[in-house]
Design a protein around this ligand. Structure first.
Ligand code: PLP
Length: 364
């Protein structure tokens, strides 16, 4: 009876006493902003850089901020950015924050990540950035997209919000392309109260790192003691010590938690009856597991009655009033009507997973 009543949440961060210990350390250090005190922000940046094998990393206070300053550094003003419409709206907002132009390309029906053939059709002389999203932790085809970026003299900047710990071709997402933008929002695979990070792999990475450090803190540069200069506009985007404290604890178990997510996805893939579902890929970190269902609203109602929370990720961005245009994205549109997200978080028990499978098969 108790188990029947227990709600299965769609997302739920994994917490241990390590987060508590680090948080208290940050609290009593009396230094809550970046730097000084326990120095968790710098430590997190360094450890995450090592984990990824990236050339440099700059932490910020959200995934949205990471996308914002990465595209600012790329110089997209007056230029075009090609991105999927099946994403959180920040992916597109980041282009507009920087006075760039959004060009949506369609997605691959298997992976729901950017389809390189569709991207090819969107390339123009104004293309500056190709920006894939690793949807649900599934790596986009960085090889083909990287070649398109190279051939069109544009940059590959990935929205890696769902993919902390994922790989492509045996290499960590965040160690390839020009820049990768991570989110550490509480629902993400690596969770913080708020947080984000830009991993930099450009050839001139030191210059880009210096620019991003300035962009994340009001444009402040050339600091010598108490003296500094401001040459261009920047934002107040720096990460705080509490977020970094939680992130550092989460990073130490990221691979273990991703393994749990993969194990849940394996069971879903094997036991769910529907035809269209998230494929199996050992390099994916299954931020969530997607399925396509015919009558989504009925399905979600029935699941909710059984205490299982599901989600819709996402209503395609090009269907929002602000972004409506004539883009023809048939795969995105069909997926946008039928997609349902199931939980894969590390707090699910074996009973929870069995219940999700049983109910999904019954109600879909
Ligand atoms: C694909 C994608 N991009 C960007 C973001 C923005 O991240 P944040 O919420 O940390 O600003 C999110 C998550 O919220 C996301 O899912």
């Amino acid at each position: 009876m108790g188990n029947m009543k227990k709600k299965i949440k769609l997302f739920d961060p994994y917490v241990t006493t390590k987060e508590e210990k680090y948080l208290l350390e940050a609290l009593w250090s009396h230094n809550w902003a970046s730097g000084g005190g326990s120095n968790f922000v710098n430590l997190f940046e360094k450890k995450f850089q090592e984990y990824l094998g990236a050339k440099a990393c700059v932490s910020v206070n959200s995934g949205t901020a990471a996308l914002h300053i990465a595209l600012s550094a790329a110089g997209v003003s007056g230029k075009e950015v090609i991105l999927p419409s099946l994403s959180f709206v920040s992916t597109a907002h980041a282009v507009l924050y920087n006075n760039g132009k959004v060009r949506f390309a369609d997605i691959d029906p298997e992976t729901l990540c950017l389809d390189p053939d569709s991207v090819k059709k969107q390339l123009t002389s104004k293309t500056k950035v190709i920006m894939p999203v690793h949807f649900g932790g599934m790596p986009a085809n960085l090889k083909k997209l990287g070649k398109l970026a190279e051939a069109s003299n544009s940059l590959l900047i990935d929205d890696a919000a769902h993919s902390a710990g994922a790989n492509f071709g045996g290499k960590k997402i965040g160690s390839m392309g020009a820049m990768s933008c991570f989110s550490f929002h509480p629902v993400k695979n690596l969770a913080m109260p708020t947080g984000g990070l830009v991993a930099i792999n450009n050839e001139n990475y030191r210059k880009v790192q210096k620019l991003l450090l300035s962009l994340r803190w009001c444009g402040i540069t050339d600091r010598k003691g108490v003296d500094y200069d401001v040459k261009e506009i920047g934002w107040n985007f720096y990460m705080n010590e509490f977020s970094a404290a939680v992130g550092l604890a989460q990073l130490s178990v990221l691979d273990k938690l991703n393994k749990k997510r993969k194990n849940v996805a394996k069971q879903f893939h094997k036991k769910l009856n529907m035809e269209r579902k998230m494929p199996l890929n050992d390099e994916c970190v299954y931020h969530f597991y997607w399925i396509l269902v015919k009558d989504r609203s009925q399905f979600r109602k029935k699941m909710s009655k059984m205490g299982i929370e599901t989600g819709i990720h996402y209503k395609p961005i090009h269907t929002m009033s602000m972004y409506k245009n004539n883009a023809k994205l048939p795969v995105t549109e069909q997926v946008g009507k039928q997609i349902v997200i199931l939980p894969t978080h590390p707090n699910l028990t074996e009973q929870d997973v069995s219940k999700i499978i049983e109910c999904t098969n019954k109600f879909c």
